[in-house]
Structures are given as C-alpha cells and as structure tokens.
Design a protein around this ligand. Sequence first.
Ligand code: AMP
Length: 210
Amino acid sequence: MGATRIVFLGPPGAGKGTQAKRVVVDLGLEHLSTGDILREEVARSTGLGKKAKGFMDRGELVPDDLIIDMIRGRIERAKKGFVLDGFPRTVAQAEALDRISTLDAVVNIDLARAEVVRRLTARRVCRACGTIYNLGFNLAAGTTRCEACGGELYQRDDDQPSVIENRYDVYERSTAPLIAFYRARGLLKPVDGKLGSDRVFAEVMRILAA
Ligand code: AMP
C-alpha cells in the first residue's frame, strides 16, 4: 500500500491544487484545500469567511488558530486518507497537524518566484467545478467558459500582480521553513514544478507508490 496521508507543499502557483485534484481521483483520497474551503466561507459570508477575507485579499495568512479549527475535523473524518493542499503553511500549523494525524509523505513542488508570478497572472479558475487553467497554455485568450463543465471562468482576487509578490514573500518567510521541518522527519519528497503538469503528475504518482 502506498501513501494515503499526504501533504503538498510549495509556493502559490506551483501546481499543488492541480496535482491534488488528479491524485485524489486516482488514489480515492479526500482533497482538503484550505484555500478552497476559505473561499467557500467567504462566498457564503460566514463568520469565518468575514474574518478571513481581509487577510486573503492582502495575500497574508489567516491566523493559525482559525485554520487549525477549520481543518481538524475534516482531517479526522477522512478515514481513507487525504491530500492536504495549502496546509500546513506555518511551523505552528505543522506542529498542530502532528498532533492530529501521522503523515506518509510531504511532496514539495518547487517553483521560482518569476515563474510563480507568470503563472498566477495567467491563472483562471472555473467558478462551478474548480478546474484551473493558464492563459496561453491550456486556455486561449478570450475564453470565458470552462471546457469541462461550461461554468464561468474567473480570476482570483489574490491573483493580481501586487498581491502575488506579497504571497511569495509570505511563502518564503512562513512556509518555506517547513521544507527543513519535514526533511528532518524523513518525509520530504522534492518535485520540480517547472516540469509540465503531466510529468509532475507522473513523478508524484511514482513517489507516492514507492
Ligand atoms: P491558496 O488557495 O492555498 O493559495 O490560499 C489562498 C489564501 O487563503 C492564502 O493566501 C491565505 O490568505 C489563505 N490560506 C489558505 N490556506 C491557509 C493556511 N493554511 N494558513 C493561513 N492562511 C491560509
């Protein structure tokens, strides 16, 4: 049996969401994306959504206690296993996760700042099914509908150039230390995010089966 309790680490735009969606289909696991859950809370204007929105719009991290409370139950209920996408993002979150569950693998999809900025500026997302596209790569300019489901494509508020730079700074400061944290635990599996989506997926599946 391969890995079933998996974390995807990496800067915004490295392909964590795209890969997580594919991996969960293949392995029958639960996809737990804290960014997706938060965007849903914001869209529904819940108490948590109202607290989180300002942080998200600025590209800052939502406070650890809110995130940990939000995700704990979902991890505990994912009995067949999970792919965590966008969590943990701080050492405090990683320590909290240690107390909630053991892990089988931490896949670190690495990508340099210039490529992150390029990709996020070009990112469009389907409002209905969440499929992620990149203008000029798998999406022609002027396309407004999702190829998979016909839903409306939109640009995330935090995918504006000024916010993207801040998100990368926040990643370097708060999240990149987790690379050493998980390497020390023997869990870290590096993958080069510059490879195309299909090659990254093949590499991830090979790592998770090992
Ligand atoms: P993402 O979709 O993963 O890029 O997350 C979008 C935004 O949601 C981030 O820029 C943060 O503001 C917030 N967020 C998502 N996950 C976390 C987390 N684990 N800790 C703190 N903030 C988070």
